[in-house]
Design a protein around this ligand. Structure first.
Ligand code: SAM
Length: 180
């Protein structure tokens, strides 16, 4: 069992991961345990107040981010969307706001918010990228998870062009990009 210690807290990400996994009809769709640890570390490092996620599925990564915010003492909010209705609210994390829709409609709904952290774990369209990019706060962080183009190649270069961002850190199937 893995334990992560940050700021005096001992967090059991395994517990979140196994609980989410138990509620997932397709366990292959959820982020790996290692990638959840990486995500936890990244959120703990940047302490974003407004997080936007594309691709909720059962909510594994949303719960992990919510736990990281709690442990960091940040009263942040997580906006997440998926057309697949697999997400269930866990009462421990009231700061997650789920939208049962695709990203295009979701972005219209959350129009007006300023994003500190974008986590993309679903299909990202260029048009979505352009809109989300305009919602970034200065120094916003953009983290992607297993994003590939149709040929199976990693898609960062294209995103770098669209969003004027730079890859700064990678772990597992995830990469962190900073917008400046
Ligand atoms: C890999 S799963 C996400 C796993 C989830 N983050 C977790 O760890 O439990 C990808 C999900 O993204 C959703 N998705 C893909 N493209 C999307 C889009 N453009 N807007 C909203 N959801 C999208 C899919 O329906 C799918 O459920």
């Amino acid at each position: 069992m893995h334990f992560c210690g940050y700021g005096g807290f001992k967090v059991n990400i395994d517990e979140i991961w196994y609980r989410a996994r138990a509620g997932s009809a397709k366990t292959s769709k959820i982020a790996s345990l290692d990638d959840c640890y990486f995500l936890y570390k990244v959120i703990s490092k940047f302490k974003p107040e407004v997080i936007v996620e594309i691709g909720t599925w059962v909510g594994t990564t949303a719960y992990v981010m919510a736990q990281a915010l709690l442990d960091s003492g940040v009263e942040g909010k997580i906006y997440t969307c998926d057309k697949h209705k697999e997400f269930t609210y866990w009462e421990e994390y009231p700061n997650i706001k789920y939208y049962n829709m695709w990203s295009g409609d979701f972005i219209k709904k959350i129009k007006g918010i300023k994003i500190d952290f974008l986590f993309a774990d679903g299909r990202l369209f260029k048009s979505d990228c352009k809109k989300l990019y305009k919602m970034f706060r200065n120094k916003a962080v953009f983290m992607t998870h297993d994003i590939y183009d149709r040929k199976g190649k990693n898609n960062f270069q294209r995103m770098e062009k669209v969003m004027d961002i730079e890859i700064v850190e990678s772990g597992g199937e995830a990469s962190v990009l900073i917008y400046e």
